[in-house]
Write a protein that binds this ligand. Structure first.
Ligand code: ADP
Length: 192
């Protein structure tokens, strides 16, 4: 199985590049942000609870997202591989993911980190907020809070996966296709 994590701060282009990667490598996309928004749209208890965190720019509790990922993976048991987008976002989530993959007799193949400077990210998110309708993209304080959460809780994952020899960093500014080509070069080195 080819299991990838697309890593990077909010607005780095994880969703855009994931779409292209799943097409080329026939992977199943797991985007926890999308799953949480779908729960909210469906009006579930989980969705309403999660929305309170999301609208403040805070991370949703680990137990909630880990449970959601577990359900998703169980319902896609025949998949040839997954790309995780927006997950894991904390060390406990990463540990839970490693344990889950082990249950499925597999592991993470590579972590692809998109490098983009913060000023560019704020610009992209404010622009996205004009069309996406996402409340968390429309307010600069909420956006800054998401970056703080990223710095404090998510960035330590670089060390976690570097220690496993799985972290690869890719420039996230430039033409979408050029970034995709660089990502594919990384993926092809780990693809068996
Ligand atoms: P972005 O990467 O642009 O911040 P996402 O759609 O990935 O967008 O996430 C939106 C929000 O959903 C996050 O700010 C957070 O509140 C919540 N969320 C998504 N994934 C996770 C996760 N793995 N752990 C905790 N919260 C999450």
């Amino acid at each position: 199985m080819l299991n990838l994590i697309i890593f990077g701060p909010p607005g780095a282009g994880k969703g855009t590049q994931s779409e292209k990667i799943i097409d080329r490598y026939q992977l199943v996309h797991i985007a926890t942000g999308d799953l949480l928004r779908a729960e909210r749209k469906a009006g579930t208890v989980l969705g309403n609870e999660a929305n309170e965190y999301i609208s403040r720019g805070e991370l949703v509790p680990d137990s909630v997202v880990v449970g959601m990922v577990r359900n998703f993976m169980s319902s896609h048991a025949g998949a040839g591989g997954f790309i995780f987008d927006g997950f894991p976002r904390t060390i406990p989530q990463a540990e839970a993911l490693d344990a889950m993959l082990l249950e499925f007799n597999t592991a993470i193949s590579a972590v692809l980190g998109l490098e983009v400077v913060e000023d560019e990210l704020v610009k992209r998110l404010m622009l996205r907020g004009q069309t996406s309708g996402r409340v968390d993209d429309q307010d600069e304080d909420t956006i800054r809070n998401r970056f703080r959460e990223y710095q404090n809780k998510t960035l330590p994952l670089q060390g976690y996966y570097s220690e496993q020899g799985k972290y690869q960093s890719v420039q996230g500014i430039g033409e979408i296709d050029e970034i995709f080509t660089n990502l594919c070069a990384c993926i092809d080195t780990v693809k068996s």
